[in-house]
Write a protein that binds this ligand. Structure first.
Ligand code: SF4
Ligand code: SF4
Length: 301
C-alpha cells in the first residue's frame, strides 16, 4: 500500500534547504516548541484551522456554516473563533470563497507527493538539487518519510532530511539508507537554556548528532541565531568544539532569526512569543561565524 503522511506544504524552487534547486516537503508534527518558530502550523500531527483576517470580506457565511456556531463578532468587530470546541470538520473553510479560512495539513500518498517532486527533475539535474523532507519533525512520521525519500532515491533524485534530531536514534536507522544529506538543527549548547527556549533539553539531540557525525551520511549543521538565546561566542565555541570531532560534518550554516512566521501564529489563534525579537545585524552574525575559523568544514552565514 502507498504510504500516507500528513503534509502541510510543498515548496518548489527552494534554495535554502540543501544544495541546488530543491523541492521541500513540509510534514506536520513537531516535538519542540521553539518560541521563534516560523512554521507553527507544523506543531500538531493533525490538521489546524487557519484564519487570514486580511482576506476576510465579512460576508458572514462561516457564522451560519459552522454546525457548532463557533464564529462570532466581538464588540469591536473582530472576527472570533472558539477554537477550544472546533472539531476541524472544515465546513467553514470549504465554503469561504474569500480564502480567509483554510485547514492546514492533508493526508497525501508518496506517489501524490512524488508527482510534484519529479516535475522539477530537470532543475535538480542542472543545479545539483533534489528533494528535502522537512517539518516540523519529519521523523515523527518515519514510515512516510522513509518511503518518500526511498521513492526519490529510486528515481535518482538527491535526498536531504531536515531534522531537529530530538527522536530515538532508531528513527534515523529507519530512513538513513534513503538519505544523501542530513540537515541537523542545533539550537543551543546549554541544555537548560535549550529547554527554556524550545521546551526540551538538548541531551538526545547532541547524542544523535555525535553518532550521525561519525557516520557515513554527510551532515550540514544549521544553527539559527536567536538573540538572547544562543548568540554568544561561548555558545558558538561549545558548538565548534563538538563539531570538530565529527568527520561527517561538511558544512555549518548560521541562520539569522527572521520574523516571517509571526503572522502564522496569529492565523492559528496563538500569541507569537518572539514579538520583541529583532533580526541580528549581519556584522554580529559574521563575528559569531568567526568563532568557527579554522574548522575543517565549510562555514556559511
Ligand atoms: S466566510 Fe470567509 S470571508 Fe466570509 S466572514 Fe467567514 S471568514 Fe470572512
Ligand atoms: S472547522 Fe468546523 S467546527 Fe471548526 S470552526 Fe469551522 S465549521 Fe466550525
Amino acid at each position: 500500500m502507498d504510504e500516507q503522511g500528513m503534509v502541510f506544504d510543498i515548496q518548489r524552487y527552494s534554495v535554502h534547504d540543501g544544495p541546488g534547486i530543491r523541492t521541500t516537503v513540509f510534514l506536520k508534527g513537531c516535538n519542540l516548541r521553539c518560541f521563534w518558530c516560523h512554521n507553527p502550523e507544523s506543531y500538531h500531527l493533525g490538521q489546524d484551522l487557519m484564519f487570514y483576517p486580511n482576506k476576510c470580506i465579512g460576508c458572514g457565511k462561516c457564522f451560519t456554516l459552522c454546525p457548532l456556531g463557533l464564529h462570532s463578532l466581538a464588540a469591536d468587530g473582530k472576527h472570533l473563533i472558539d477554537r477550544t470546541k472546533c472539531t476541524l470538520c472544515g465546513a467553514c473553510a470549504k465554503r469561504c470563497f474569500a480564502g480567509a479560512l483554510a485547514l492546514s495539513g492533508k493526508q497525501r500518498t508518496v506517489e501524490d507527493v512524488m508527482k510534484t517532486v519529479r516535475a522539477d527533475a530537470l532543475f535538480y539535474r542542472n543545479s545539483g538539487g533534489g528533494l528535502t523532507v522537512s517539518g516540523g519533525e519529519p521523523l515523527l512520521q518515519p514510515e512516510f518519510t522513509g518511503a518518500l525519500l526511498g521513492a526519490a532515491r529510486q528515481e535518482g533524485i538527491h535526498t536531504a532530511l531536515d531534522t531537529a534530531a530530538n527522536v530515538p536514534f532508531a528513527r534515523f536507522e529507519q530512513v538513513l539508507p534513503h538519505v544523501n544529506l542530513l540537515l541537523i538543527d542545533l539550537k543551543c549548547m546549554d541544555s537548560a537554556r535549550h529547554k527554556e527556549a524550545t521546551g526540551v533539553g538538548n541531551a538526545l539531540i547532541i547524542e544523535n548528532l555525535r553518532r550521525l557525525g561519525q557516520g557515513e551520511t554527510p551532515v550540514w549543521v544549521r544553527i539559527p541565531v536567536i538573540p538572547g538565546v544562543n548568540d554568544s561566542e561561548a555558545n558558538m565555541a561549545a558548538a565548534a568544539a563538538l563539531l570538530q570531532g565529527l568527520p561527517a560534518v561538511q558544512r555549518l550554516e548560521l541562520l539569522p532569526y527572521h520574523s516571517l512566521g509571526a503572522g502564522k501564529h496569529e492565523n492559528l489563534g496563538r500569541t507569537y512569543s518572539a514579538m520583541e525579537l529583532k533580526a541580528p545585524p549581519k556584522e554580529r552574525v559574521a563575528e559569531l561565524a568567526a568563532v568557527f575559523a579554522g574548522a575543517r568544514y565549510e562555514v556559511r552565514c
